[in-house]
Design a binder for this molecule. Sequence first.
Ligand code: NAG
Ligand code: NAG
Ligand code: NAG
Ligand code: NAG
Length: 323
Amino acid sequence: MWPLVVLLLLASASCGSAQLILNKTKPVEYTNCNKTVVIPCFVSNVEATTLDDLYLNWKFGNENVLTFVGSQRTSTTGNNFSSASIVPEALLEGTASLKLDKSDAVPGNYTCEVTELSREGEAIIELKYRVVNWFSPNENILIIIFPMLAILLFWGQFGVVTLKYNSSVTKEKTILLFVVGLVLTIVTIVGAILFIPGEHSTARSSGLGLIVVPTVILILLQYAAFMIAPAIGMSFFSIAILILQVLGFVLSVVGLRLCILECVALHSPLLISGLGIIALAELLGLVYMKFIASNQRTIQPPRKAVEEPLNEFKESKGMMNDE
Ligand SMILES: *[C@@H]1O[C@H](CO)[C@@H](O)[C@H](O)[C@H]1NC(C)=O
Ligand SMILES: *[C@@H]1O[C@H](CO)[C@@H](O)[C@H](O)[C@H]1NC(C)=O
Ligand SMILES: *[C@@H]1O[C@H](CO)[C@@H](O)[C@H](O)[C@H]1NC(C)=O
Ligand SMILES: *[C@@H]1O[C@H](CO)[C@@H](O)[C@H](O)[C@H]1NC(C)=O
């Protein structure tokens, strides 16, 4: 009687050890931000002490991803998974995880099949792809709105220059201002089209670059508008406005540089505040120009205005008092 029981127990024990036990794993996720993707596979009862006894096969559907033959110490990868790799030594500790480049990773179910002499086991691990946006929707809107607003305000300044100072500004200067403004507007619109919301990509990065970098032209245009319009020139206010605008430009270029390196833009506040400051500087410039223009009932000779802005200021004040 007793020998029979012992025999049965032994049989059931050997039956139980005929299988390798692979841990059940939840689906794993990867995003645009993962350079490499690791698909986990763990065996909890490896007994082998040498790789000679082990054999591993990773499959994606019916496609072969990677085959590792322990006795030969060789890994063979499938055609579509040339970057696939494992760490052979880790197999002895039960880790059979697969590493892939993001470019080779395909969402779906991967099968991990491990054989140790006559024992074997298999697990299916689902790999999922999750979309992560470069900028949040609100950030996308602000990044487009601020430069557009700044450009509109420039056109407002252009309007003041051409309408108020029509007689004292040469046609060439007006045309130059118009052409540069037009080119800037077109470049920014192209940038905004490339910069459609979504994941970090080269196209979106170039779009953002086309929106941010040309704002330097706005500084030159605003400077030109101040200089062209008689009675403004380099006053305390115009210099302060230009300094503010340069500050905004520097902030946004630094923000741009940092955001382009990040697949989820963490430095967007820097970029957006820079763009906001540029728009603010344009607004102040326009308000200032309109203020000076409305204080000017009669058009001053342009020469005098550029050479002696201080006298000019006194004169216009004097005129106000006369009224
Ligand atoms: C696998 O599962 C076993 C028990 O089910 C556990 O002891 C072990 O830590 C797990 N291994 C890993 C790598 O998760
Ligand atoms: C992707 O990267 C994240 C963060 O580094 C990491 O937690 C995750 O495990 C990676 N996904 C895969 C499938 O390797
Ligand atoms: C590789 O992938 C392409 C399309 O993704 C598929 O048509 C082809 O059959 C795959 N190659 C192998 C060897 O399965
Ligand atoms: C992977 O397998 C799971 C469970 O068997 C299933 O629910 C899921 O739809 C499969 N995923 C794909 C992409 O086939």
